[in-house]
Design a protein around this ligand. Sequence first.
Ligand SMILES: Nc1ncnc2c1ncn2[C@@H]1O[C@H](COP(=O)(O)OP(=O)(O)OP(=O)(O)O)[C@@H](O)[C@H]1O
Ligand SMILES: [Mg+2]
Length: 515
Amino acid sequence: MSEYLLEMKDIVKQFDGVRALDGIDIKIRAGECLGLCGENGAGKSTLMKILSGVYPHGTWEGEIKWDGRPLVAQSVRDTEAAGIVIIHQELMLVPELSVAENIFMGHELTLPGGRMNYPAMYRRAEELMRELNMPDINVALPVMQYGGGHQQLVEIAKALNKKARLLILDEPSASLTASEIAILLDIVRDLKSKGVACIYISHKLDEVAAVCDTISVIRDGRHIATTPMQSLNVEQIITQMVGREITAMYPTREHEIGETIFEARHITCHDADNPKRKRVDDVSFSVRRGEILGIAGLVGAGRTELVSALFGCYRGRHEGEVWINGVRADTGTPLKSIRLGLCMVPEDRKQHGIVPDLNVGQNITLTVLKNFSRRTRIDAEAELKTVQDEIARMRLKTASPFLPITGLSGGNQQKAVLAKMLLARPKVLILDEPTRGVDVGAKAEIYRLIADLARQGVAVIMVSSELAEVLGVSDRVLVIGEGKLRGDFVNRDLTQEMVLAAAINQPSHHRATAA
Ligand SMILES: Nc1ncnc2c1ncn2[C@@H]1O[C@H](COP(=O)(O)OP(=O)(O)OP(=O)(O)O)[C@@H](O)[C@H]1O
Ligand SMILES: [Mg+2]
């Protein structure tokens, strides 16, 4: 018997001649949790897709040993049969199917005769929901009724339901709140104690440090180091990841704040499927020129619904008024909003951010195509120049602007969406979770970009679940709880505790001074 449950040796993977992985080795023992760290595009997801059979044997080079024997898998089915289960970075749920049906997809419980055994599946799904501390989820409802955070937990439940010997978690916590993350980490610890091995991928390095025994860092498809966590700290992981030290995460925020340019008045959003339920309840606020307004709150508090309604992409019925520069504005559709100078980078980049059929460049210039039209044709050269400038400015990692956008790593897709919206030259820019899935180096770049925009007079509205980020970047912080405005704070001596207290509705006296 081998000491290791899994050994991956000298793995090489090429895409169209580009080496995404260039000779990677990793090893894991039963009951061990390996943290796989690296910048956006380093090759983490690719390596995990090889391990889980998404890329079948033969489409890459190298060797995988499982339990001391060569693993030759043609599909995910084969690796699942061996006990390797992956939770992908992008959600893989079928929105129209129920929570329970999603959990059991491909592994349905049946009655003698072959009919679905719904009662048994519901019972087991409910049990899993309790384990994940989500007893209120109705497992018979379509999964699309629930927000991103809950969907992620359903994805985790689906994986837990398959008896894994090795569980791969690729960015499992990107859309989870702090308390949900705590539950997830406890589950990982519990699995470890039962001898299950885990590979944990996250750009939130404090999580990695909390739960992993060993850290493997990869950079540009190469293995940099494998180190026991006990002889590392978070700063050292970052240095290994980026090959340089990152000193200032948040820019010093010196920018002038001018007059009010954006107002949301009495915004109310009704649940798309249950109009009696209010997702957002009479929220009003204003933002000034050059101001960065952070919007904090727990997942499900109604923040995404609020900003979607402002931008004109909320699915359900909603009321209220948007005023831009003192004029009532019709922001009924995203196109109308963009024309008025109101842009948004949405939370869910897979559904609303990228156009999967277009290449990287086409995605970036989507909203400004008219800038390149010369009577009857498109000035392809000018367009390409713009695209290349944006790729350089965002340090977007892509082999070529003509690559399909879906070929980019998660974090680089996010940068492309951001570049697209910046090109539209917004007066007011809404960013919904702008750094989700983005690595530390790129995060610092995005913060600097936000500060630059503010310096140029753009009003920035940033929804974020990372309190450190909200406090690091914002001039003012709104707190939303259960659809209502629970606090409006000037970000001076403001603490995470104060924001959290407001989010869960404890009285606080640190109110913003009137604008
Ligand atoms: N299907 C594909 N076609 C072409 N190139 C690809 C494809 N999938 C990945 N790549 C390239 O392989 C490299 C590694 O991507 P990968 O998704 O593994 O990165 P990652 O480390 O998971 O990054 P992130 O932290 O952003 O999720 C990137 O340069 C990416 O553009
Ligand atoms: Mg990835």
